[in-house]
Ligand binder design. Structure first.
Ligand code: MGD
Ligand code: MGD
Ligand code: SF4
Ligand code: MO
Length: 681
């Protein structure tokens, strides 16, 4: 038996075929699909190994009290306990006493039902998800500029025809390897790739020009490139006049970003700035941002700076040029559209918009006044757990914040003091260790649903095998919990039924799915209204603001929340390696991936290492104002002298990071803080 589906991991959602083996296991074959053209990365090839990992949770687990161990129990006992605790806490402290934390890996149907469960069954405002840690700054800036946020407003394959692509803070050769095929084609056709990254990454090595900037200085870099683009006459005056608003203010703001000053702020030499501005100012330009540019306390303004540059050059809303954010998680795009974010309702509607509330309430068959308002953002929600006025109970679906949240030691402390914690997962993640109840869920190959990839393309996830005995789908769990809370209807466990309701709830909203057929083959890009057509390319006629114009937003450079000082003299930045995914809960359990990168390491320049008598492979002690990590040194001339890099896929790394939040997106500053390195005694 062969089943066509998609990889469970990142937003590229590579096409794969699962082939049932005589022993009942699944083999992975790469499949031709628009995003991967028959390629997969090592995580995709090994994805099926997690289905029968010895660590898999195969029965509900529960502990009698905080000090007791987790023990297997029946589904009835586990679900009864969850419902009992929800009622107990809400009775004592009100509806907001119970919070929900979701994930960008959940299918559209799960994200939708989770949001509805929170607002209708729990009536809590306290729901947010890990996408807040991921692309919320790009989303905020995209909404501000274009009136709608779809990561890539064009199909990925368009990049192959680009004249120049500037990628700010993305290491796609490791985070989305098959995507780099488009870069290879681009270069064969004479196009150029420019990469802005403090490290000469595998991606930077593919580039024609590498801008090795100081962490946290993208905003100055983007403003500086715009300054030079103006000087060199690259601004598309006709486009600026007819398709945008607010140019004068931005032109004024970038006047003070002359190249010598920008070199001082970013560490990028003046001739390279000129070269980048001229390359991008030619025909067929694209500006792309990744987490390196976005995960900052100034992330929203930083993305605005990159968008300003793209708008001045006349790139967005035309075939063959554009701006895009490279969304990360498997359903990072769909996950932000269907209502698991604190301030949103399905269809990418705002929860504080009366018309949106009325529409969604009508689909849900409830009174609009009964819907809660916006709740806390992810980090604020997690750090309020168990505090005076904060939530007393938490239900987690699809995230491992004990590892992935900033200043994670503080979050683990919250998780251990909260009155009640339920986690739905298929492995015993670090977060499960704090849970009172763990509910075992089905994995990707065992369930149906839809995902929306980084292009805004809706895909089908198809079931290849049944889940193991004792394991239920997330939808079935939500359905059973809702029933126990008195909602015997309204929470169906069948993905296609949920999708139909999602279509109705999204109709007329920015992310309109009402015309999408559940069975379509992956060619539906939203917005796709009923009776209308898919939209592979957005903004060709107008932007989504009422007047149809894109907005320039004047922004100014500001230092990172924490800059190096005498006690903490280097920058610490964090990110990914090819073999591991996110908190590592999944990939650390795949033997080949765990062998390839068994633990965290500290990447640093040999000269920095020499000043501290640190040798390659030896343990380094890395300290920030929040914590200490000891991990082996990995010496590399590819990183700036003033910066160290640690992959965050391992427990302990995030004990170091700074939870300073962007004022608009509430995104934490994962990409820069001040640190001290020492040889470990
Ligand atoms: N292998 C693998 N692939 C993944 C994932 C994974 O965990 N592992 N996760 C998926 C998800 S959810 C996401 S969000 C994406 C993320 O995909 P990327 O954005 O490509 O990944 P990161 O490694 O977080 O960051 C990219 C680069 O930013 C650089 N950087 C650090 N600070 C700065 C800065 O101040 N400015 C600039 N310009 N660059 C900086 C880092 O050196 C790093 O090389 O990957 C997706 N794909
Ligand atoms: N220092 C640092 N920290 C970071 C980042 C960084 O660059 N640097 N990046 C941030 C980013 S971009 C992201 S996206 C976050 C991600 O961080 P997390 O939210 O922790 O992401 P995952 O490790 O994917 O966690 C998903 C968990 O849910 C389980 N799971 C997967 N699919 C499902 C499902 O369908 N249902 C259920 N019930 N469970 C499921 C997995 O087994 C795993 O335990 O980390 C952020 N943290
Ligand atoms: S690039 Fe992403 S979607 Fe493709 S195989 Fe790798 S992890 Fe899976
Ligand atoms: Mo992410």
């Amino acid at each position: 038996m062969r089943t066509d589906t998609h990889c469970p991991y990142c937003a590229l959602q590579c096409g794969m075929t699962l082939v049932r083996q005589p022993a009942g296991t699944l083999a992975v074959e790469a499949r031709q699909f628009a995003t991967n053209a028959g390629g997969l990365c090592q995580k995709g090839w090994t994805a099926a190994e997690l289905l029968d990992t010895p660590d898999r949770v195969r029965t509900p687990l529960m502990r009698a009290d905080r000090d007791a161990p987790l023990r297997p129990v029946s589904w009835a006992a586990a679900l009864d306990r969850v419902a009992f605790e929800i009622r107990r806490l809400q009775h004592a402290y009100g509806p907001d006493a119970v919070a929900v934390f979701g994930g960008g890996g959940l299918t559209n149907e799960k994200a939708y039902l989770l949001g509805k469960f929170a607002r209708v069954a729990l009536r809590t405002a306290q729901i947010d998800y890990n996408g807040r840690f991921c692309m919320s700054s790009a989303a905020a800036a995209g909404n501000r500029a274009f009136g709608v946020d779809r990561g890539l407003p064009f199909p990925l394959s368009d990049l192959a025809g680009a004249g120049a692509v500037l990628l700010a803070g993305g290491n796609l050769a490791e985070t989305m390897p098959p995507l780099t095929r488009h870069f290879a084609t681009l270069r064969q056709r004479g196009g150029v790739l420019i990469v802005a990254d403090p490290r000469r990454t595998a991606t930077a090595r593919l580039a024609d020009l590498h801008l090795q900037l100081t962490p946290g200085s993208d905003l100055a870099l983007a403003n500086g490139l715009l300054h030079l683009a103006i000087r060199a006459g690259h601004v598309d005056q006709a486009y600026v006049a007819t398709r945008t608003a607010g140019w004068e203010a931005v032109r004024g703001a970038v006047a003070e970003y002359w190249p010598e000053r920008v070199e001082r702020l970013t560490g990028v030499a003046v001739p390279l700035l000129h070269r980048a501005a001229d390359l991008l100012g030619g025909p067929g330009g694209y500006v792309l941002t990744g987490r390196g540019a976005e995960q900052h306390a100034s992330g929203t303004d930083t993305v605005s700076a990159w968008i300003n540059l793209a708008l001045a050059l006349g790139l967005p809303g035309r075939v063959g040029s554009g701006y895009g954010c490279v969304t990360g998680q498997g359903n990072g795009q769909g996950g932000r559209e269907h209502g698991q974010k604190a301030d949103q309702l399905p269809g990418y509607r705002r929860i504080d918009d009366p018309a949106a509330r009325a529409h969604v309430a009508a689909v849900w068959g409830v009174d609009a006044d009964s819907l809660p308002g916006p709740g806390r953002s992810a980090y604020e929600l997690l750090s309020a757990l168990g505090t005076e006025g904060g939530p007393k109970g938490l239900l987690v679906f699809g995230s491992n914040p004990a590892v992935s949240a900033p200043r994670a030691s503080g979050i683990r402390q919250r998780l251990s003091t909260v009155d009640f914690l339920m986690v739905a997962d298929f492995v015993r993640s670090e977060t499960c260790e704090y849970a009172d109840v763990v509910l075992p869920t089905a994995q990707w190959a065992e369930e149906d649903g839809t995902m929306t990839n980084l292009e805004g393309r809706i895909l089908r996830r198809r079931r290849a095998i049944q889940p193991p005995e004792g394991v239920r789908t997330d939808l079935a769990i939500l359905s059973a919990l809702a029933a126990r809370l008195g909602h015997v209807t309204g929470f169906p466990a069948f993905p296609e039924t949920v999708f139909d309701e999602l279509r109705a709830a999204s109709a007329g909203g920015p992310a309109d799915y009402s015309g999408v057929d559940y069975h379509q083959p992956g060619e539906a890009f939203w917005p796709y209204p009923a009776g209308g057509a898919a939209t592979p390319r957005l903004f060709l006629d107008s932007f989504a603001h009422p007047d149809g114009l894109a907005r320039f937003v004047p922004v100014r450079h500001r230092p990172a929340a924490e800059e190096p000082c005498a006690d903490y003299p280097v920058y610490l930045t964090t990110g990914r390696v090819l073999q591991h995914y996110q908190s590592g809960a999944q990939t650390r359990r795949v033997p080949a991936l765990a062998r390839a990168v068994p633990e965290a390491y500290v990447e640093l320049h040999p000269q920095l290492a020499a000043t501290h008598a640190i040798r390659d492979g030896q343990p380094v002690r890395l300290t920030t104002r929040r914590g200490t990590l000891t991990a082996p040194a990995r010496l590399s001339e590819a990183i700036r002298l003033d910066t160290v890099f640690v992959p965050f896929h391992f427990p302990g790394v995030n004990d170091l990071t700074n939870p300073a939040l962007d004022p608009t997106s509430r995104m934490p500053e994962f990409k820069v803080c001040a640190a001290r390195v020492e040889a470990s005694p």
